[in-house]
Design a binder for this molecule. Structure first.
Ligand SMILES: Cc1cc2nc3c(=O)[nH]c(=O)nc-3n(C[C@H](O)[C@H](O)[C@H](O)COP(=O)(O)OP(=O)(O)OC[C@H]3O[C@@H](n4cnc5c(N)ncnc54)[C@H](O)[C@@H]3O)c2cc1C
Length: 426
C-alpha cells in the first residue's frame, strides 16, 4: 500500500513562517515550554494581558499532537459523566462537565475573534455502541445528563442509525449536538499567528533542557542560551521530557494513529456520514472517525499502544484500514492517501491535571480529549499568572505517579492486552 507518511492536516494547512534561529531574550515574564494548543493559547492570553511571553518549541511550532489529531472538539472528558459523578460527587462532576462546554465556547470565540480559518463547525458527535449491551450505558448517560445536568442528548436506536451512519457495524448510539469539528493544523497555526500578533515571542528548534529555581523566578536552560523568567508553564503533554521530571513521571505517552482515504466525493461521503458528525465508539481500543473538509474518511484508533514511530505508523495503517472497511466496505476502492501517528498524554487516573508544581505551572494529560480543553486551560493559566480571575476544574486533585516510573511506559503492552480482553468480554 503506498501512502504519504504524514498528517493530512499538515499537508493541507498553510505553512507557518520559520521561528528558528531567532535571538532568545535574556528575560521574559513567562517562558512557555511547548508550542501546541496549551502553550499557544496561554501565550495568546498572556500577551493580550500585556505580559512579555516567550514560547520554546523543540521541533516546530504546532509539531506535536496539536497538528495531527482528529480535530474533534468534544464535550466531556475521557471518563464518562457517570464515572465522574461516582468518583467526585455531583458538584465537582458538574464543574468538570461545564468546563468542557466552556472549553468549546473558548475555541469558538478565539476562532471568531482571531479570524482563524480552520473549518470550525458545530456538527455534533456520535458515540456509537460497539456491542448491543453498550446501548444501556449510553441510555444511562443520556438520562443522567438530562436529569442532573440539564443537558440534552439524543439516543439513536439501531433501527434509526442509518440516518447518522451508513453501516451495520454498530448497535445504535448517542448524539451530542454541542461538539464541533475543525482542521487541527490550520487551528494550531492560526493560534500561533494570533499569539505572535498579540506580541508573543515564538521559537522553533529550541528545547528547554532544565529549569532551575533562582531568587525571583526561574532560569530556563536551552542549548541556545538561558532565559530568566518570573513564571514558567510546562505545556508539553504527551511529549513531556526530562526538562520537567516532575511531570515526566506523571505522564504516560501513548501512540494514536490515523489514516485518511483519497477524497470520496460529496455524494458518497454524505451517504456514509450524512450529518457530518464527529464519531467515536464505545470500545476501550476505540475507533474515531469523521469526514475531512474535502470529504475523505479520516479514521483513527489506538492501533498500537506504543509512542509513535515510522514502523508503528505502517503497521497501524493496515490495522486501521481493515477496521475502516469493516465499518464502511463502501470505501474499498478509495486507497489510503495519508497515515500518521501522534502521542497522547495519559495520566495514571486518566484525568487531565492543571495547576502549579515546584513553582512551575502546567496543564496536561488530556487523554485524547485535548483540542478544546488544552485551549481552555491555556487561557486559564494565562489568567492565573496575570493575576486575573481563573477557573481550574482540576484544582486540588492529586496528580498521581507510580513508584519507579520515570516516563518509560514499559507496562503498556500488558495494558493493551488487558483492554483488548475487556473489549472481547464486555
Ligand atoms: C492521533 C491523535 C488524535 C487525537 N484526536 C483528538 C481529537 O479528535 N479531539 C481531541 O480533543 N483531542 C485529540 N487528541 C489529543 C489532542 O491532540 C491533544 O490533547 C492536544 O493537542 C494537546 O495539546 P498540547 O499543546 O498540550 O500538546 P502538544 O500539541 O502535543 O504539544 C506539546 C509540544 O511540546 C513540545 N516539547 C516537549 N518537550 C519540550 C521541551 N523540553 N522543550 C521545548 N518543547 C518541548 C513538543 O515538541 C510538542 O510540540 C488527539 C491526539 C493524537 C495524538
Amino acid at each position: 500500500m503506498s501512502f504519504q507518511q504524514q498528517s493530512l492536516w499538515s499537508a493541507t494547512a498553510p505553512e507557518l513562517p520559520s521561528f528558528a534561529n531567532r535571538p532568545l531574550p535574556e528575560r521574559a515574564d513567562v517562558v512557555i515550554i511547548g508550542g501546541g494548543y496549551t502553550g499557544l493559547s496561554a501565550a495568546l492570553r498572556l500577551a493580550k494581558l500585556g505580559a512579555n511571553v516567550t514560547v520554546l518549541e523543540k521541533e516546530t511550532i504546532g509539531w506535536g499532537a496539536s497538528s495531527r489529531n482528529g480535530g474533534m472538539v468534544l464535550t466531556g472528558h475521557k471518563h464518562g459523566i457517570g464515572e465522574m459523578t461516582r468518583v467526585f460527587g455531583m458538584e465537582r462532576a458538574r464543574d468538570l462537565w461545564n468546563a468542557s462546554l466552556a472549553a468549546i465556547e473558548t475555541v469558538a470565540t478565539i476562532v471568531q475573534e482571531e479570524k482563524i480559518d480552520c473549518d470550525f463547525a458545530r456538527r455534533g458527535h456520535l458515540d456509537a455502541a460497539y456491542k448491543p449491551a453498550h446501548m444501556k450505558d449510553l441510555e444511562e448517560t443520556h438520562e443522567l445528563l438530562e436529569r442532573d445536568f440539564d443537558y440534552t442528548t439524543q439516543i439513536i436506536p439501531k433501527e434509526k442509525l442509518r440516518a447518522e451512519l451508513d453501516t451495520n457495524f454498530y448497535h445504535g448510539g448517542m448524539v451530542d449536538e454541542r461538539s464541533a469539528g475543525l482542521h487541527p493544523a490550520k487551528y494550531v497555526r492560526g493560534l500561533a499567528l494570533a499569539a505572535q500578533r498579540a506580541g508573543a515571542d515564538l521559537h522553533d528548534a529550541t528545547s528547554a533542557t532544565q529549569i532551575e529555581k533562582s531568587a525571583n523566578g526561574f532560569v530556563v536552560k536551552t542549548a541556545r542560551g538561558n532565559i530568566f523568567a518570573q513564571d514558567v508553564i510546562a505545556a508539553t503533554n504527551g511529549y513531556t521530557d526530562r526538562a520537567t521530571p516532575q511531570f515526566q513521571k506523571r505522564i504516560i505517552p501513548i501512540g494514536s494513529y490515523i489514516i485518511a482515504t483519497e477524497p470520496l466525493g460529496n455524494e458518497l461521503a454524505s451517504q456514509l456520514i450524512p450529518n457530518n458528525r464527529m464519531i467515536f465508539d464505545t470500545k476501550n481500543f476505540l475507533y474515531y472517525f469523521r469526514r475531512s473538509p474535502d470529504d475523505r474518511i479520516v479514521f483513527g484508533g489506538r492501533a498500537a499502544f506504543f509512542p509513535e514511530s515510522r514502523d508503528t505508523v505502517r503497521e497501524s495503517a493496515d490495522i486501521l484500514r481493515k477496521g475502516m472497511l469493516e465499518i464502511f466496505p463502501q470505501v474499498e476502492n478509495y486507497p489510503t492517501a495519508y497515515a500518521w501517528g501522534g502521542t497522547l498524554g495519559f495520566t495514571f487516573d486518566i484525568y487531565p491535571h492543571a495547576g502549579q508544581m515546584d513553582g512551575v505551572y502546567y496543564a496536561m494529560g488530556y487523554a485524547g480529549h485535548g483540542v478544546a480543553l488544552a485551549t481552555y486551560l491555556g487561557q486559564q493559566l494565562g489568567n492565573r499568572i496575570a493575576g486575573k480571575e481563573w477557573h481550574n476544574p482540576f484544582e486540588g486533585m492529586n496528580f498521581p505517579t507510580m513508584p519507579l516510573y520515570s516516563g518509560n511506559p514499559w507496562f503498556l503492552p500488558f495494558a493493551a492486552l488487558y483492554y483488548r480482553f475487556l473489549d472481547w468480554v464486555q
